[in-house]
Write a protein that binds this ligand. Structure first.
Ligand code: ADP
Length: 597
């Protein structure tokens, strides 16, 4: 990305605040004019006092000069302070607003992305987070630089330069000669640092991801006593970051030294030249001009010194903007949607020759053919990694298959309005996310406009009502306080509230105790009437209860049909059921249970 592109990209974000920009700019310009006042006053003072020396001056004369000077300098300072305050305040206000707009627009964008975006390695939580944070902060700084700082800086430098030329052409020329050299060194410095700054961005993303990983798996790390291994992994990264920082600083200090020296050379030249002109009694050259020129020269150089910061910031922005705008502008990541919205969904899915490969290259499905009948319970059976969840992912349009077609009620899934489709599908996963908020808010996620009575009803159907009522704050309790199994039932209550015609259950009872599993099974049985249900489960009782099974192995459908018939034929399905029965120790359980009776 180059400067012009960057400018074009951030312009729309600044446009709503043009009035703020105009106010700030105006104030800053006035401020930079006032900066020259000190130099002018000093010049006049020295000359006026000098003129008095050696004459029969009265103290009243001196007092008059000093009074005028004091009033001008102090008055200027008061005005300056007011302007600086207003300028900082309005400038900062704009930066804060722009930064809010940038964050919000990127968040809204990310929410529209398809699932494939989130499962790509380079888009892991920490990395996307870092990309957004750094993008927002460096872009809003750039906005400030471009629209608020840059123009006044140049005006200030230019004004000081004009005053120098007005005072004396030769002095002006000295300053004009030094400026390009100074400018060039500043430019070299920024260029030299650019590559390292880019490197730093990568490190920062990895660092943020690393910390996230540690917090996410802290219980595993602790239980295995692997703190030192994890610390070691971070140390490598820290060392790289440190090496980068150290060399960046070294180069910065080196260049800063050179710049300081060049500035001093300029000052010395200005002093020598002015002193010489004073000594040869060049017209208009008085002793006050020495100070005056030195101060003006300093006013010429000071803004250029700031230019270094702007160079750095803009270079940062050029780097971070790439990551940031790659999110904001990426059309291809936006979830595709058709516009087909039928009156009613029956729920007959058909997969034909479906191949699917995840973004990381992992092929999960191979030539899958499948029919899911409406109003029936279909069980997907297979070992872990067989591709069961992948099928559900495709049916909910989280991903699009590379080959083959998927239809719902005879219409290609691609043609469906994605939002409409998902309004008609209820998805209960093994691990359901509980959002920050109360129990009630979490259930309401299934239907935000539901009444409290409906929420209570849903909680009762998912057998969580009594447990909610036992909580200190009942429905107003924080949902994250619930146990894993209780959270699972909150998720099921969410689905009851949503009440969709199609339901996908991906190991919905995996984290539940036996009693809860039985209760949930009953409620699922109760709502299956007239709905299409797909269940993925390792629970034999749930599999056996289904009307149709598909046995998957390594991404292929090996067997399908009525559970009893498929079992009789032998094969993968029978193997899995038998193994499950053995693992449950069914014979012994049966004995125990019958003794009880
Ligand atoms: P199952 O539900 O039968 O346990 P999955 O459908 O989850 O199996 O996984 C099928 C295959 O796809 C596995 O090899 C798994 O590693 C892979 N897989 C699942 N999800 C992803 C993902 N988001 N990115 C890459 N590969 C994945």
């Amino acid at each position: 990305m180059n400067l012009l592109e960057l400018f074009k990209k951030i312009r729309p974000f600044v446009k709503p605040y043009r009035i703020l920009v105009a106010i700030t700019l105006l104030l800053t310009l006035v401020g930079s004019l006032m900066q020259q006042v000190n130099a002018i006053v000093l010049d006049k003072t020295v000359d006026a006092i000098n003129a008095l020396i050696g004459t029969d001056f009265t103290w009243a004369q001196a007092a008059k000069i000093l009074t005028v000077i004091s009033i001008v300098l102090l008055g200027k300072e008061v005005l300056s302070a007011l302007i600086t305050f207003a300028q900082n305040y309005y400038g900062e206000r704009m930066r804060i607003f722009v930064s809010r707009d940038l964050s919000q627009s990127v968040i809204e964008r990310v929410l529209t992305f398809r699932m494939a975006y989130f499962s790509a390695d380079e888009n892991s939580t920490g990395k996307v987070q870092a990309r957004i944070d750094q993008g927002v902060s460096s872009l809003s700084r750039t906005v400030q630089n471009f629209f608020i700082d840059l123009l006044p800086l140049f005006t200030s430098a230019l004004l000081a330069l004009i005053l120098m030329f007005a005072a004396n052409v030769y002095v002006g020329l000295v300053a004009l000669g030094i400026v390009p050299i100074y400018f060039w060194i500043t430019y070299r410095q920024a260029k030299r640092l650019k590559g390292w700054r880019r490197e730093m961005r990568g490190y920062m993303e990895s660092k943020s991801q690393g910390i996230k990983n540690i917090i996410d798996s802290i219980n595993v790390i602790k239980s295995f006593n692997r703190e030192s291994i994890e610390a070691g992994k971070q140390l490598d990264l820290q060392n790289q970051v440190t090496a980068n920082q150290v060399k960046t600083r070294r180069v910065s200090f080196y260049f800063n030294g050179i710049k300081s020296f060049v500035k001093q050379v300029g000052t010395v030249l200005v002093i020598i030249l002015t002193a010489y002109l004073v000594l040869i009694e060049y017209p208009g050259m008085t002793i006050g001009k020495i100070m005056y020129h030195v101060m003006l020269f300093s006013n010429v150089i000071a803004p250029i010194t700031q230019l270094q910061r702007i160079f750095d910031d803009v270079n940062d922005a050029l780097i971070y903007a790439e990551g940031f705008f790659s999110i904001l502008d990426s059309e291809e990541e936006v979830e595709p949607s058709g516009n087909y919205r039928p009156e009613k969904i029956h729920g007959r899915f058909e997969l034909k020759d479906v191949d699917f490969t995840y973004p990381n290259g992992n092929q999960a499905l191979f030539g899958v053919n499948m029919v899911i009948e409406p109003g029936k319970i279909t069980a997907l059976v297979g070992l872990s990694g067989a591709g069961k969840s992948t099928i559900v992912n495709l049916l909910d349009k989280f991903y699009v298959p590379q080959r083959g077609t998927i239809t719902l009620d005879g219409v290609d899934l691609k043609d469906y309005d994605t939002k409409f489709l998902r309004d008609n599908v209820g998805l209960v996963l093994q691990k359901n996310h509980i959002f920050d908020g109360t129990v009630e808010e979490n259930i309401l996620y299934g239907k935000p406009d539901a009444t409290h009575e409906e929420v209570v009803e849903a909680a009762k159907k998912s057998f969580i009502y009594d447990q909610i009522m036992a909580l200190p704050k009942q429905f107003k309790n924080k949902a994250s306080d619930l146990s894993g199994g209780q959270q699972q039932r909150i998720a099921i209550a969410r689905m009851f509230l949503k009440n969709p015609p199609i339901i996908f259950l991906d190991e919905p009872t995996a984290s539940l105790d036996a009693i809860a599993t039985e209760q949930i099974k009953n409620s699922i049985d109760a709502i299956k009437e007239g709905r299409t249900v797909i269940i993925i489960s390792h629970n034999i009782s749930q599999i056996i209860d289904s009307e149709l099974v598909y046995a998957l192995q390594k991404g292929r459908v090996e067997q399908y049909g009525n559970p009893d018939e498929v079992y009789k034929k032998g094969g993968v399905y029978k193997d899995i059921i038998d193994a499950s029965a053995r693992s449950l120790n069914i014979e012994k359980i049966a004995k125990t249970v019958s003794q009880e009776a």
